[in-house]
Design a protein around this ligand. Sequence first.
Ligand SMILES: [Zn+2]
Length: 98
Amino acid sequence: MCEGGSCSMPTGPVAHDHQDCTSVMAEVWTLLDGECNDDTRARLQQHLEECPACLRQYGVEERVKRLIATKCSGEKAPDTLRARLRLEISRTTIIRHN
Ligand SMILES: [Zn+2]
């Protein structure tokens, strides 16, 4: 029972929210097109580390990690890497209302 006030959201340890995964992958798109910013990078890296299910589902972790590393080190991601990632992400991402 909750005492003196409203229950705050329980912080479930493994309450995995797929919505989160989707938005994370959306950020990968951002990274593909734009430049790295600390916020996006931190969120992506954290999620990829905390979410093996996501890694397995998308199966692009190595490339994503490489993209993050490349982008965030100020280099330009090679076109081949970008093209590959685009293809793979679009394949594995559920595209709604296309
Ligand atoms: Zn995930």
